[in-house]
Design a protein around this ligand. Sequence first.
Ligand SMILES: C[S@@+](CC[C@H](N)C(=O)[O-])C[C@H]1O[C@@H](n2cnc3c(N)ncnc32)[C@H](O)[C@@H]1O
Length: 377
Amino acid sequence: MFGWRWLSGLTLSLVSLLAVATGVAFIVSIASLQERPPDVPYVPTPYEVVREMLKVARVGPNDIVYDLGCGDGRIVITAIKEFRAKRGVGVDIDPQRIRESNENAQKAGVTDRVRFLQQDLFQTDIGEATVITLYLLPSVNLRLRPKLFRECRPGTRIVSHDFDMGEWEADRTLRVRGPYREHTVYYWVLPAGVAGTWRWSVSTPQGERRYALRLRQRFQKVSGEVAADGQATPITNAQLVGTHLRFTVIREIEGQKVTMRFSGQVSGDTVRGTVTIQGGPFAGKREWVAKRDPVNLEGTWRWQGGALRIDRRNGAWTATYLQGDRRTLISDFYVWGAGIYLTVENGGTVTAEGVVDGNRLTGTWDGKPWVAIRAKD
Ligand SMILES: C[S@@+](CC[C@H](N)C(=O)[O-])C[C@H]1O[C@@H](n2cnc3c(N)ncnc32)[C@H](O)[C@@H]1O
C-alpha cells in the first residue's frame, strides 16, 4: 500500500532499523512515562541533509519552521542559525529529546527564537508554520497528510527526509550524499483548492465573450477545460504551486490559432493575474480576473453503491461512508474548492475523487466513473 518497492535497499535497512528501534523506544518510553510510545524512533538527520532540506524550501527571514518529531532540535536550530529563519518550533513526544533540544538551543544561542514542545505531533497546532520538516515513516506521513491540508495555509512548504506522501507526488525530489549513504529529500508546496467552475468575460468588438473554466484537482495536479461560444478546449501545461495557478489554452478564433497563457494568484473564490495571448485578433497581455461559482458540499450524496455524508463542523470538513448499517468515518478526506478526494478501507484501499456542481457529484470511485446525487434530507 505504501509503495515499498521504491525503497532502496539502504532505505529498507533503515526502515528495519527504525522498526527494531520502535520496540526499544516503546520500552524506554514506558520507563520515562511518555504520554504514548513514539510512532518513529530517534534517528538524527545528518547535517548535510538538514542543510539541503532547508535549502530546497528556501528558508529565510520570514519563515516559521516546524520540525514534527524534532529529535535533538538540529533542524530548527540550523534554520535559525544558518538560514536566519524568524522562528522555529520543534515537537517531540520523547522528553529526553526535548531536554537535548533545549540544551542545544542554549549552546547555539538561539533560545529567544525557538520553542520545543513535548507533545504528540498529531495534537500540535501547525497552522502558523510556513515550512514543515519531517523525518518520520511512510505510514506516519500518510496519517499526517490530511492534517497538513486541514491546518496549513496554501503555499506552506513541506520537506521530508527519505519518505514520500503516497499519491501526493513531490514537487521536487533530491538525492543527497550523507556520511554513510545516499538520502532522499522530498519537497512539496501545499496547493490551494482550485476545483470548480471559474468564470470571466472579455469585451470584444462583437460584444461580451464569456468564458467558463472547469477544473478538477488531485493534490497539486490540475486538469480541465475552458468553454467559450459553445466550444470547450482542454487546458494544457496546468501547474499549481501553492496559490499560483498557470495553464495554457490553444484554440482557433476567427480561423487563426490563438495561444492563451493564463497565470494568476488564487485567493478564496477569486483568481487574479494576467493572460498573454499570441495570435488572433486579441494578441497582447491583459489583466485576468475570474470568480468561482459558489458551491455547497454539505449533505448526503447517494449512488448505487452507498452514500457519502459530508459535514462542516467548527470550520473542519468531515466525511462518513455509509453502506447499509455500516458507517465509516473517513480520516483521509480532502476538500479543494468544489472538489473532494478521499481514501477509505473497504476490503482494500479505495480512492475516490469528484467535483460538485449543484446537486451532482461526478468523478471516479475506485477508478470507475462515479455519479452521486445530493439527497433531499
Ligand atoms: C527519525 S527521528 C527525526 C529527528 C529529527 N527530525 C531529525 O531529522 O534529526 C523521529 C523523531 O520523532 C519523534 N516522534 C515519533 N513519534 C512522535 C509523535 N507521535 N509525536 C512527536 N514526536 C514523535 C521521535 O521521538 C524521534 O525523535
